[in-house]
Write a protein that binds this ligand. Structure first.
Ligand SMILES: *[C@@H]1O[C@H](CO)[C@@H](O)[C@H](O)[C@H]1NC(C)=O
Ligand SMILES: CC(=O)N[C@H]1CO[C@H](CO)[C@@H](O)[C@@H]1O
Ligand SMILES: [Ca+2]
Ligand SMILES: [Ca+2]
Length: 583
């Protein structure tokens, strides 16, 4: 025992004094306002979590709020106070079988709407998802979505996803569900016709699939978002977006057999080459392997090598087999600000043995991943099981933190304890392209945008406005954290919005700060400001006279770009919201 402890201390010391910079976390749940089980659970069934969390800045004040599902029990709703702690509001979902969650601003009023999907009792009692809005004082209101043209089609609700399918700048909606026995249609696709009215679209090509988890990325780089359908017990299927409400099945672009039986997928650039790779957690218990030391299907890391070449490199990176237990969920973030995205994988024992610690996998320059055993999130022996985790910077201090949600347990918030003062970072808050105020054809919602930060050495750090690790919940992370290691100077920031609009910000981006790109309100062309009562400060010439300059263009036509100049501090933010007193 003395030896083990001594070794542990030695490793921690090495982590602190030497070069590795092992992140260390500490549990701040109670201190920062996260509720205990008795406060929000109707009962404590062993299935009290539902694979993921919706982290989103609901009120637009620049700090992430949280909508969390407690499967079969209730849901939790937290407003960020802006100081790193949270205030809970009661969404009154105690008697609902809450499944997937999502949030987005669908009517362009600067405030997000949130959705909680509801189970359908194995098909005997199909339900409609619940919608949540809030007023200026933060009071939450719950509806069946009738005011958005929804609430008619009942289902066995699983996953709700926002995505701009037709590239018109507003977010459309896809409900993917579990099949109801005897019914052909499984999924529902709605078009947002502007200002948040939805119309059901038929014959999109994806209604009858039996697979219901999805990740979205532009696989063939044609500007249209493509959808990869996956499921723990089924084969994955890829559907290509066409820019309209038609998806076309594709069997060749991705090595689909390496993505089958996926439980959770992280779409991220692991090797900093500027394109998105896929880490696929396939925790399916394979019957033929039951006698093996590791009876679970191996994870895959599908490296995007460009030009349509995708290669599984999981084994050489040490990610194919992680433990003898079931790898369940994955989230990513650069936990030590060394410039490379690390992974955090939850481990499930299905309650067959004591809870196992989750795994922190430190990305060593894209070459290999090192297991960080001493990350401080210790759970051995607790009567719970690893389930959800999501990485985000909850206090906006430039360090990525973690929220975990274990089954038979509460949500837990972990704060960084790592001294990263000698490493730089950047946060980029992404709105709509500012040039929308010149040309409404340039309007794009930031969800799905790929953001690249180039430093003066030409190194590129890539993130997506998306969910860091996807299973049932959709997060909306529009304030992106970039660890930058020893970067001293940013050269430019490039935002590739969905639908083929690219924005380039040159100049005025200082390290260790937050850069705000674009607009968080939605004015008609020719107007700007929170109240849409000002003329935009813009310049359609190619010169910005030393001021921060954003250039926006259709990706196929750089020459037809618009230049948009921003005076320092000009980008208006939503007012910080007053916190809700009660509901
Ligand atoms: C869930 O937790 C309770 C204590 O809070 C414990 O008594 C129970 O055995 C746990 N359930 C499982 C399946 O481990
Ligand atoms: C040990 C350490 O550096 N902890 C820091 C984590 O971040 C918070 C918020 O910035 C700091 O206050 C802590 O010092
Ligand atoms: Ca907020
Ligand atoms: Ca890559």
């Amino acid at each position: 025992m003395g030896r083990g402890l001594g070794l542990g201390v030695a490793l921690v010391l090495v982590g602190l004094v030497c070069c590795a910079k092992l992140p260390l976390f500490r549990d701040v749940s109670q201190k920062n306002g996260i509720q205990g089980l008795e406060e929000n659970h109707r009962r404590v069934p062993h299935a009290s979590k539902y694979d993921g969390a919706t982290i989103a800045d609901l009120d637009g004040d620049g700090f992430y709020d949280m909508v969390l599902s407690n499967h079969g029990n209730n849901a939790e709703w937290y407003w960020s106070t802006g100081q790193g702690s949270f205030e809970s509001a009661d969404p009154h979902m105690r008697h609902f079988d809450v499944h997937g969650t999502a949030a987005a601003d669908i009517n362009n009023d600067g405030k997000m709407e949130a959705i909680l999907t509801i189970g359908g009792s194995r098909g005997s009692k199909p339900s409609v998802p619940m919608w949540f809005t809030f007023d200026a004082s933060g009071k939450i209101e719950r509806t069946r979505g009738e005011e958005y043209g929804l609430g008619q089609e009942s289902m066995r609700g699983r996953v709700a996803s926002f995505v701009d399918i037709d590239n018109d700048g507003d977010l459309d909606l896809i409900y993917t569900n579990k099949p109801i026995p005897g019914e052909l249609r499984v999924h529902l696709v709605y078009e947002n016709t502007g200002d948040g009215q939805f119309v059901l679209r038929e014959d999109t090509g994806i209604e009858t699939l039996e697979v219901y988890k999805i990740v979205m990325m532009d696989i063939d780089e044609d500007g249209n978002t493509d959808i990869l359908f996956f499921h723990s017990y089924r084969e994955s299927e890829l559907y290509m977006g066409t820019g309209g409400f038609k998806f076309i099945r594709n069997e060749n672009l991705l090595p689909l057999e390496l993505l089958h039986y996926a439980h959770c997928i992280a779409v991220m650039d692991y090797d900093n080459d500027g394109d998105l790779d896929l880490f696929v957690v396939r925790g399916r218990n394979a019957p033929a392997r039951a006698e093996l030391e590791n009876p679970f299907l191996e994870n895959t890391l599908i490296e995007n090598r460009g030009n349509g070449v995708f290669v599984n490199v999981a084994e050489e990176k040490g990610l194919n087999v992680l433990t003898g237990y079931r790898p369940y969920h994955v989230t990513y973030g650069d936990f030590n600000n060394d410039g490379y995205l690390d992974l955090y994988v939850t481990i499930s024992t299905e309650f067959r043995s004591a809870r196992k610690n989750d795994l922190l996998l430190l990305n060593e320059k894209g070459v290999s991943f090192k297991k960080g055993l001493y990350h401080g999130i210790r759970a051995e022996g607790l009567p719970e099981d690893g389930n959800s985790a999501i990485a985000f910077d909850f206090n906006m201090d430039g360090k990525v933190e973690l929220l975990t949600g274990n089954r038979n347990s509460t949500w837990r918030l972990y704060e960084n304890m790592t001294d990263l003062s000698d490493r730089s970072y950047l946060t980029v808050r992404v709105g709509r392209p500012s040039a929308t105020e010149l040309d409404s054809g340039l309007d794009r919602n930031p969800l799905g945008a790929v953001v690249k930060v180039y430093n003066w050495r030409g190194e590129v750090f890539t993130r997506q406005v998306a969910t860091p690790g996807r299973s049932h919940a959709q997060a909306y992370m529009d304030t992106l954290h970039f660890g930058l290691m020893h970067t001293a100077k940013i050269d430019r920031i490039v935002v590739e919005y969905t639908g083929g609009i690219t924005l380039v910000r040159q100049g005025n981006s200082r390290i260790n700060s937050e850069v705000i790109i674009g607009r968080f309100f939605h004015c008609p062309p020719g107007l700007t400001g929170r109240d849409c009562d000002r003329k935009p400060v813009c310049d359609v010439t190619s010169r910005c006279n030393g001021r921060g300059c954003e250039r926006v263009f259709y990706s196929k036509c750089e020459a037809c770009g618009s230049y948009f100049c921003l005076a320092p501090g000009e980008e208006p933010l939503a007012e910080p919201h007053r916190r809700p007193g009660a509901l």
